[in-house]
Design a protein around this ligand. Structure first.
Ligand code: NOJ
Length: 541
């Protein structure tokens, strides 16, 4: 039986996964054609980022109709076929519900623009604007001449924020969830869901960009409880995950509490900001390893004590590739990718794999702006230029930070366009596809792919990985991240070297080696971890 403890979720960004109809855009039939691959990997759930009709200002996170399938991805029949064929392989489908905002093309917003009072109340219109910033740059309020009013958009101006304080809006959204439940989906990911509850009145933020007023907002917990009761909450096997932007541990405990009143688990991003200098995404910075360790340890221990549950991840469609970011994609490609995978998969929570991560796909290294597609990157190119940075300086930052780093086509083989499509894809394939691809990974018993398979199998086999108690080890160590998981008399110990230099640590040499990314024959009490080595030891397994 699938549970949050024994499952591993695989995230698909459909537009870049696999093209089946020769248009350079991934689609549902493409996903169906790769179900055997996902079964071989061993995953339990597939999370699909939005597949609904959209004008695509934000690659589908601007939804124009929540109950239809976008033609670019296929038909409703294709979707039902996917749900059905995945179920035959005991894989569930999780849909992405973007309920903080709709596309401005959505009929609700169009009716609002037509001054229909009912629909104006679906959104957040104000007479005056305040100085809040949109997450994609610029002010978060857009003026509509005809109405003489502004509307709030925390993201792009084509993504208008919904008014969750209006009970009719909430009911419309619950109906959408029920619609997909009836079709047979097994889970939902809720986009930036902790931003849905806005304050009653708006004021300028002179300390920040406005987020402190709407993050984990005033009615957030009651709205999520209502969503739960009115839709998925009837089915205890359904898996839900909320994407939480700039949240707190305390709120996340409530969002994901084992009592099941809100969601099954949460995504939080604190560990992915440890290379942002002064918390700024659009600047170059190095990994603050100590901060990373502390965040892992704090979140793991406090969520566990509070009864919350985390989604564990390094990668998604908004993040640069982890092997390029905190690993070494050149000299230690395999070693660092495996080490990074291990520390995520063996923590307490449900691991998520983002397409291509399992073969160690890297950042794109696109060095000209014409190769970029993402609205956030395109906006920030100009914002950084306006701040006085040179073209070269800006390109260095875009190359590190762009969300397009993870949106390039999956590298299936060494043929043209990496076997993703037989025509030029919507975004370029990375030029390392001849050496990093699925076909090659599946032929190599020592591949990153084979290692991910092993991690998934170990989770299924050992309850200590699923539910064992987490305790930090070597907390003050400047180079090694280490932790212990315990259940009854069983235990696993994880020691990970995040650096290229060798490091000696003290271990209990009577333990057994459960897993390592190097060949390890014998243990000695003083053990030298090689570059990016991870050593997993076990007791009574
Ligand atoms: C989070 C999604 O992951 C991201 O891709 C999107 O741009 C924003 N939410 C807005 O929907």
């Amino acid at each position: 039986m699938r549970s949050i403890h024994n499952s591993v979720v695989y995230q698909i960004y459909p537009v870049s996964f696999k093209d089946s109809n020769h248009d350079g855009i991934g689609d549902l039939q493409g996903i169906i054609s790769k179900l055997d691959y996902l079964e071989t990997l061993g995953v339990d759930m597939i999370w699909l980022t939005p597949i609904f009709p959209s004008p695509l200002y934000d690659n589908g996170y601007d939804v124009a109709d929540y109950c239809k399938i976008s033609e670019r991805f296929g038909t409703m029949d294709d979707f039902k076929e996917l749900v059905h064929k995945a179920k035959e392989k005991h894989i569930g489908i999780m849909l992405d519900m973007v309920f903080n905002h709709t596309s401005t093309d959505h009929t609700w917003f169009q009716k609002a623009l037509n001054k229909e009072k009912k629909y104006m109340d679906y959104y957040i219109f104000t007479k005056e604007k305040v100085n809040w910033e949109s997450k994609f740059g610029g002010n978060a309020f857009e003026y509509v001449d005809d109405l003489g009013m502004y509307y709030l958009h925390l993201f792009d101006k084509h993504q208008a924020d919904l008014n969750w304080d209006n009970p009719e809006v909430r009911q419309e959204l619950y109906k959408i969830v029920r619609f997909w439940l009836d079709i047979g989906v097994d889970g939902f990911r809720f986009d930036v869901v902790n931003l849905i509850s806005k304050p009653k009145t708006f004021e300028d933020d002179f300390e920040g960009d406005g987020r402190r007023f709407y993050t984990d907002g005033p009615n957030i917990h009651s709205y999520l409880q209502e969503l739960n009761q009115e839709s998925f909450g009837q089915n205890p096997n359904l898996m839900t995950v909320g994407e939480m932007s700039s949240t707190s541990i305390e709120n996340c405990i409530n969002y994901s509490h084992k009592s099941g009143k809100e969601l099954s688990m949460v995504f939080n991003f604190h560990h992915l900001k440890v290379d942002y200098p002064n918390n700024q995404k659009w600047a170059l910075g190095k990994l603050d390893f100590f901060a990373l360790k502390k965040l892992f340890n704090d979140w793991q221990t406090q969520m566990q004590e509070g009864g919350g549950w985390q989604a564990l991840f390094w990668c998604n469609h908004d993040q640069p590739r982890i092997v390029s970011r905190f690993g070494n994609e050149h000299q230690y490609h395999k070693e660092s990718a495996k080490m990074l995978a291990t520390v995520i998969h063996l923590q307490r929570g449900t691991p998520y794999i983002y397409q291509g991560e399992e073969i160690g796909m890297t950042n794109a290294h696109f060095d000209t702006m014409d190769k970029y597609r993402d609205i956030e990157s395109l906006n920030h190119y100009q914002i950084l230029k306006d701040r006085g940075l040179s073209h070269n300086e800006v390109m260095q930052i875009i190359m590190e930070r762009s969300r397009d780093n993870s949106r390039t086509p999956v590298q299936w083989d060494d043929q043209d366009f990496a076997g993703f499509s037989d025509v030029q894809p919507w975004i370029d394939v990375i030029d390392n596809y001849k050496t990093i691809n699925v076909q090659q990974s599946m032929e190599d018993p020592n591949s990153i792919f084979a290692y991910y398979q092993k991690l998934i199998m170990l989770r299924k086999k050992h309850e200590v990985i699923q539910t064992g108690w987490y305790s930090p080890l070597l907390q003050e160590h400047p180079r090694v991240y280490a932790f212990l998981r315990e259940l009854e008399n069983k235990a696993i110990y994880v020691y990970a070297n995040f650096f290229e230099e060798e490091i000696s640590i003290e271990i209990d040499a009577t333990l057994h080696v459960l897993l390592s990314n190097y060949s390890t024959s014998s243990l000695t009490p003083s053990y030298t971890l090689r570059p990016y080595e991870v050593l997993v030891l076990s007791k009574n397994l």
